[in-house]
Design a protein around this ligand. Sequence first.
Ligand code: BDR
Ligand code: CA
Length: 309
Amino acid sequence: MEKVILDVDTGIDDALAIIYAIESRQLDIQGITTVNGNVPLDYVTKNTLKVLKLADSNDIPIYEGAAEPYVREAVHEFKVHGGDGIGNALDDMAVSKELEETFAADFIIESAHKYKKGLTLIMVGPLTNLALALKKNPAIKDMIGRVVIMGGLVSNAGYGNMLPTSEFNIFADAEAAKVVFHKGLDITLISLDVTHQVMMTDEHVEQLNGSPYYDFIKNATDEYMDYGLKLYNKRQCALHDPLTVGYVLDSSLLTTEKYYVDVETSSPLGYGQTICDFRGLLSKEPNVNICAGVDSARFLKDFIGTLSK
Ligand code: BDR
Ligand code: CA
């Protein structure tokens, strides 16, 4: 089984991604690292603890990570992810699991040394933890296997979710993303261009009726889908983070092409934009696999089937 670390800012779709990764039974989850993002770090960690308990997976270690971005001030998305970040859907759940003592960035460093190219990083929050790990121990750039990142948008400019051309995970820590993109890692970017093609609707939620996750998903996604009315003119939510796990499970779900991609950090209007040099105008070595297409129907079938148990 593929050894993975899941780096999350739990978040509703992060919660779905964690459950999907666990229920796939195809990934050897070495640990979950948490990062400030959708909501502040203490909320993220608590939400992650609850999701692991819900999935009956308290054996998966949780490593707390960065409470602040690499350089910029923190931004949060309470309005999107509702209440505590998971729509208050697990308010009644008490959690007692202990966190690991190791800092998330150090856990990433240790794991990279331990598994060499046998480790895949699934990054579905701002990239702060990985940037900190690379800063502390640059040698890990040659030790990590795949880095699969939910973030950015490349060809669909204007359809961002923070600024017209910026996506949340990159916008929330663009300086960290810039560090990560230029270290020669094997990066695949699961951007809004493709995650906006995998939408969960009330019909999908109803297909989960009978699953142990049904109540949680129904409650957690209720307001999240209302936000879809604003962004997509339709009550639905994008499965950004689950699609990122989906790619790790089955890379044939997405078609990828490698280009030079950089991150804008200085323009107020374009802060956090992922700029893809499709035409090679900058004469730079390609550094990121971007996604050119997704088999949405096949992904949704697998996602719903897996969560149905
Ligand atoms: C990304 O930002 C967060 O709000 C989601 O969890 C996802 O990782 C989408 O832009
Ligand atoms: Ca996320």
